[in-house]
Write a protein that binds this ligand. Structure first.
Ligand code: GCW
Length: 696
């Protein structure tokens, strides 16, 4: 027994000495392994010699714990926590509304912070200062990130604050432990064990979110079970909220609009009924008694079978305002989703329906309602133009909903780094207040500001099902904090924190990440194609379906390929969806000479022989892109092989296996789509694909 233990110890020491310990991905980007560059480590050690956090709140304790865990891990020795700075190199956390830097701190708010190199009785110290505890916590994580990513920590003068007030993850997690569109195992929330038993991962989840500045979590699915709001389940949610609170995470819940009927025993859920209004007020009072900092409700109504105010011939605004009135006395908000497309009576083009329903309601929502709009007008496709509601609602708070979980982009199998996609979205020019009014500007100018990302987390050891999928959680948080950060910077931070700073590893992983989203668009739905995936799992392609009853659930509705051509005409000659954008945007997308090739088939139906600006016909370009996407995946495989021995064996093998699955997935998409579209176009296959076809 003793010998066994000794062998294990020696083995782990040997592995640690080599710097490559087996890893399971559970530590995410908060690994805090010793910095391998001894000189750099020594330099850091001189600047981070002791930790001073006088704040005694639970958040103060979290800051102290994180700094001690992080610095001790990175520096390879225990960094002491002391009551007062005693020497050069102290890291001092100051939480005060009355600090010497009040003028600089005041505009940063409770979540903003300064990190400054300063002198204290002749000693050089680093001060992390904020008006609020949570700002100081964010500052502490920022300071640790500097060390984790190998940056200098002398002469610091950093000032940060979030650009949006509410930055949250939406969990599509069900009470039975399943996760809608989840690919990382069962739900993290163990409803059956709560509130008595608290999984230690709740705290790690809070740490991970706080490290990237996220401050909210909608715990349950937008396809909401009314039972989520029963007293027993609220107590469970309250237990989670208690764990998340010190890290600044507010809990929100989704609300099923029919709850007053289903769990309240009322005859109706009609917003006009005083009984219904009272029911929601009492429910809100009950929730706030259990969760005093409850954020509010998220509601999916009259969408994909969910109940809503239209069941009573009332509007989305009537429905939203009912719940808004209930939470308003407590400072809560209602996030009301604009993801509605069910009625073909509104318009034959699904892409137009949300705008047509919500635009006329502008100005009718209570001030504590935010209309939550998906990034694009269809539904989290690999690439969509921005949703025309951004910039269109002038008197309503609008927030964005992004999807971190890769519902339509290879689940937890494919490496698809989403930061470039979100950047394209944020930087899209809405022209809402003249040229240069980006989507990000519209979000930031909203009276209430917020953003949500549909989470990709689950109970898998590595949280996200794929080590690389963690990058999307990380990227979403960073962009929610500040959408101006570049995708490359985010990739660099995440890579160094998650895979270490070996130059070859960093260059390779960043190279893989950089083009991975464009590659996925290419091998799944290039040139503006969309929604041609198979209907249930949304993993495989199924371009050929045609449905009379629910055309929006079939591939043909979206690509309309026939012997003559391909694409959805959304110009004025077609559905005129372009007309929902500002005139400049409409003109840009409508004109074939200015419409970006990325959106060609989203907005236009063109002949197979139509020539793009690069000289290729649309048929040739389609073939080229499908194949190019597959080639990118093969390139990632080759790159990854070169890292054998440079990253830990456990994660190396896991990623290697996934890459091969991704290659098969990408190839399947290419071959099925090309062969289907060829059956329509009757065009010859280019030589590089003929070989592929022969092999089949
Ligand atoms: O596209 C659909 C997804 C559903 C999801 C819905 C939504 C939660 O396939 O799984 O339901 O979007 O966003 O409401």
């Amino acid at each position: 027994m003793k010998i066994g233990i000794r062998i294990v110890t020696i083995l782990s020491l040997l592995l640690a000495a080599g710097g490559i310990r087996a890893e399971d991905g559970s530590r995410l980007w908060l690994r805090y392994d010793p910095i391998p560059d001894r000189q750099l480590q020594a330099n850091y050690a001189a600047q981070a010699a002791e930790i001073v956090v006088s704040d005694v709140s639970p958040t103060g304790a979290a800051i102290r714990d994180e700094l001690q865990r992080g610095l001790s891990g990175l520096l390879g020795h225990e960094v002491p926590v002391v009551a007062n700075a005693t020497r050069s190199g102290a890291v001092v956390v100051e939480i005060s509304t009355n600090s010497p830097w009040a003028t600089e701190l005041n505009p940063l708010g409770e979540e903003g912070y300064l990190i400054r190199s300063a002198t204290n009785h002749g000693d050089t110290v680093t001060v992390i200062a904020s008006r609020g505890e949570i700002g100081a916590l964010y500052g502490a994580f920022h300071f640790l990130r500097l060390l984790q990513t190998g940056q200098g920590i002398t002469g610091l003068n950093i000032s940060e604050k979030p650009r949006l007030q509410r930055r949250m993850l939406d969990h599509w997690d069900n009470l039975n432990g399943s996760v809608e569109r989840g690919y990382a195992g069962k739900s993290m929330w163990k409803w059956d064990e709560l509130p008595g038993k608290i999984d230690p991962r709740y705290r790690d989840y809070a740490r991970a979110n706080a490290s990237i500045g996220l401050n909210g979590a909608v715990l349950n699915n937008v396809n909401a079970k009314p039972e989520q709001l029963t007293t027993a389940n609220l107590k469970k949610a309250a237990a989670i909220a208690d764990v998340l609170r010190p890290h600044g995470i507010h809990v929100y819940l989704t609300a099923n609009f029919a709850s007053p009927k289903i769990i309240g025993g009322l005859k109706t859920a009609n917003p006009a009924s005083p009984e219904v209004q009272r029911w929601w007020r009492q429910k809100a009072d009950e929730i706030y008694a259990l969760i005093p900092d409850f954020g509010g409700f998220l509601v999916k109504a009259n969408s994909e079978g969910q109940p809503g105010p239209q069941d009573y011939k009332l509007t989305h605004a009537d429905g939203a305002n009912l719940l808004a009135a209930a939470v308003a006395p407590h400072g809560g908000i209602v996030m009301w989703r604009a993801f509605v497309y069910n009625s073909p009576k509104i318009d034959k083009d699904r892409a137009k329906r949300a705008y047509l329903e919500f635009k006329p309601l502008d100005g009718r929502f209570a001030t504590n309602v935010l209309v939550q709009v998906k990034n694009g007008p269809i539904d989290f496709q690999p690439r969509e133009p921005f949703h025309p509601l951004f910039g269109a609602l002038k008197k309503t708070s609008v927030m964005a909903e992004c999807e971190i979980t890769q519902e339509n982009m290879g689940h937890a199998t494919d490496i698809v780094f989403l930061a470039p996609m979100w950047k394209e979205f944020f930087e899209s020019d809405t022209f809402a207040a003249g040229k240069g009014t980006t989507v990000a500007d519209t979000l930031e100018a909203s009276p209430q500001t917020a953003i949500a990302g549909v989470a990709n987390t689950g109970s898998d050891t590595n949280w996200c099902g794929h080590d690389f999928a963690q990058a999307n959680w990380y990227a979403f948080g960073r962009l929610a904090w500040d959408s101006r950060i570049s995708a490359d910077q985010i990739a660099d931070e995440w890579t160094r924190m998650t895979w270490g700073s070996d130059a070859k590893v960093v260059a390779t992983v960043e190279g893989m990440l950089r083009g991975s989203w464009e590659a996925c668009v290419s091998y799944e739905m290039p040139l503006g194609l969309h929604h041609i995936m198979e209907g249930g799992g949304h993993y495989d392609p199924k371009p050929g379906t045609v449905s009379r009853s629910t055309p929006e659930y079939s591939g043909w509705y979206y690509h309309k390929a026939d012997a003559n051509g391909i694409g959805f005409d959304r110009t004025t000659n077609g559905s005129d969806a372009v007309g929902q954008y500002a005139p400049e945007v409409a003109a840009h997308f409508s004109d074939l000479t200015t419409c970006p090739p990325e959106f060609l088939l989203w907005f236009h139906h063109v002949n197979w022989d139509y020539r793009l600006q690069d000289g290729n016909t649309v048929w040739d370009e389609l073939c080229f892109r499908y194949n190019d996407g597959v080639e990118y995946v093969k390139g990632m495989q080759a790159q990854w092989e070169k890292l054998r021995g440079r990253v830990d064996a456990e994660r190396f093998a896991a990623v290697q296996k996934r890459l091969e699955e991704q290659r098969l997935h990408a190839t399947k998409w290419r071959d099925i789509c090309i062969s289907y579209f060829q059956s329509k176009s009757q065009k010859p296959l280019p030589a590089y694909l003929t070989k592929v076809a022969d092999k089949k």
